[in-house]
Design a protein. Sequence first.
Length: 297
Amino acid sequence: MSTPQEQMEAFRRAAETLRSKIDVVPRVMIICGSGLGGLANILEGNRVEVPYHDIPGFKTSTVQGHAGKLVFGTIGQNKVPVMCMLGRLHYYEGYSLQDTVFPVRVAAVLGIKTIIVTNAAGGVRPGFKPGELMVIDDHINFPGFAGTHPLRGPNLAEFGPRFQPLSDAYDFELRKLFMDKAKELKVTRNIYEGTYFYATGPTFETRAEVRMVRTLGGDAVGMSTVPEVIVARHSGLRVLALSLITNEAVGDKPPSAFEENPKDLSEGMASHDEVLETADEASKDVEAIVAAVVNEL
Ligand code: HPA
């Protein structure tokens, strides 16, 4: 692992590269989740696109539905300058957690103050349906309990403390603003608040794992967001995070081989295609609410 000085230099080098390509420094970062890349389409003004491979230190995204570029532009009447991350990096792709959160550190060095993190997630709370939204009010960093943690290693004291508190990770005012804007826009889709359970993936959960997630207090489960949120908080950013429920995570016991007429074992099975389809269908509402929120920042 490189020294804190080397890491800081890498963040600064990336930030310098970005500064040389844009005329306004962004105030807000948006990370687009699976199928939510349409969020980048709400950017207006003098749009600038920078592929990850043109930014020193950035890894490239390998997942279908994740493009791999930063898009700069403005949102809303207030022309709030925004940096949109189109194509996030996941631990399951083989990167270190530090690599996956590199763009968040660069955002902090650029002077960005607020991050909006979106994801597609499996609904674990009974009653959650595909197409519904969950504003994240807390998380469970399950891999973190076993040491797979984005802040492992020497502390970067220029950003934050060794022992970062996270009891206030999900900004109350931003959650409230999100709810208010959804109401103003008359969004009819159900919006909940809940706990996001982070699993590294890339497998979707087994039935027993879904029951475990539920027992432990997870309302939705997914393979992203938490490392980014932790590092954003450690860098002093305010966080708004949103899960689009794209599928119901199946937690029923599997049909028994003793049964005469067992249900089909594949019933309700999660698939990436379903995730993308649901995200695509709900994306217009998400874009409208996020745009209205950012306009106030
Ligand atoms: N589990 C984990 N990650 C996901 C899911 C899921 O069911 N749906 C979308 N991302």
